[in-house]
Design a protein around this ligand. Structure first.
Ligand code: MRU
Length: 339
């Protein structure tokens, strides 16, 4: 099963995606027939994760130009593009399909969108093997690895396999995964709900930890590497990812544990010079003050809810993409003897 895909039909087709708001209790697919339904699904995080958002953006344009007059389709595409600001893949997916529409009409937009989908699948496979190989190089004396991860960067964040969790899946399939430690990822629990669900389906050994247990777990020496994804990588290597990533990187540096960012080339944004220029989505108070409709804070309480943070390039041991490894030459977090 793919997280998001195009379902061909009589009038052209529609989008089908896994509804990530109800996992792990239920595995339900949503059929999306209109761009506004897709915008709603993106805002509610029914579909989420940078690579999946890129595919959603491209397929959403294909859907819009199939059914709407050109000007209304362009307005729908603009709304889609703005549905979430931090992951560059969403804007890139929309722009790619719109450019194809401009040159070849609706059939070209669909062809381009399907190519975005197929390239994402290929990129996931390339990242998985490149990331696993890099871990062998960084940790040659560790045949089996305990890795820590945050948020969900698996198949649910892409079309298939994913980014950082795709590397973890590769380690598991190769018999090299001792255990995955999954940060629960407050406030929406993408780690506890989605990553744990994926690891269970793989048959991999894992434990969920509360986010605030990550630093002490790293300092205790139980973790060989931290693997995370990215929503946008600036030209200087600063990386935006789920809130809490920066804290993990600081703790990993303190513990001399390698900290790897795994993301497709499409997440590298040459137009954003550094992390300060990345727009961070603010998701408002409700997600923090309540949980699944139950208020957990006093009436009237307000909260800060940045959905992402920026990890400075200097804290990242290496960025692994589908095409290359960008190593941080000034980083010494592989000095295991210091642990
Ligand atoms: O708010 P989300 O769930 O869309 O955040 C997702 C992340 O931060 C992921 O780590 C990132 O998109 C990379 S996914 C391969």
């Amino acid at each position: 099963m793919r997280t998001i895909d195009w379902v061909p039909g009589a009038g052209g087709g529609h989008i089908r995606l896994v509804d990530q708001t109800v996992l792990p209790a239920e595995l339900v697919e949503l059929d999306i027939h209109r761009p506004d339904q897709l915008v709603d699904a993106i805002r509610r995080l029914a579909v989420r994760g940078a690579p999946a958002l890129g595919v959603a953006g491209a397929l959403g344009v294909a859907l819009a130009v199939q059914d709407l007059p050109a000007e209304r389709a362009r307005a729908a595409a603009a709304e889609l593009r703005a549905a979430r600001p931090t992951a560059v893949n969403l804007a890139l997916g929309v722009d790619t399909a719109l450019a194809a529409f401009d040159s070849g009409g609706a059939p070209a937009a669909l062809e381009a969108a399907l190519a975005v989908r197929d390239e994402d699948i290929a990129a996931s496979k390339a990242m998985a093997s490149r990331g696993a190989d890099l871990l062998t190089q960084l940790l040659p004396d560790r045949p089996r690895l305990t890795v820590m991860t945050l948020c969900n960067t698996g198949a649910l964040a892409a079309v298939e396999h994913g980014t950082a969790l795709g590397v973890v899946e590769r380690l598991h399939l190769d018999g090299r995964l001792e255990r995955a430690l999954v940060c629960e990822t407050r406030p929406l629990l993408q780690g506890a709900r989605l990553t744990a669900w994926e690891l269970a389906r793989m048959g991999a050994r894992y434990d969920v930890i509360v986010d605030s247990a990550a630093a002490t777990t790293l300092a205790g020496g139980a973790v060989d590497a931290v693997l995370v994804g990215a929503d946008r990588i600036a030209a200087n290597g600063d990386t935006a990812n789920k809130i809490g990533t920066f804290s993990l990187a600081l703790a990993a540096r303190h513990a001399y544990v390698p900290f790897l960012v795994v993301a497709p080339e499409t997440t590298v944004d040459a137009d954003t010079p550094h992390g300060d220029a990345i727009e961070i989505e603010d998701r408002g108070s409700d997600e923090v003050c309540s949980f699944r409709g139950v208020r957990t804070t006093p009436e009237g309480a307000t909260a800060l809810n940045p959905a992402f943070d920026v990890t400075p390039a200097e804290l990242i041991t290496a960025i692994v993409t589908d095409q290359r490894v960008i190593a941080n030459s000034g980083d010494h977090s592989t000095e295991q003897e210091k642990r």
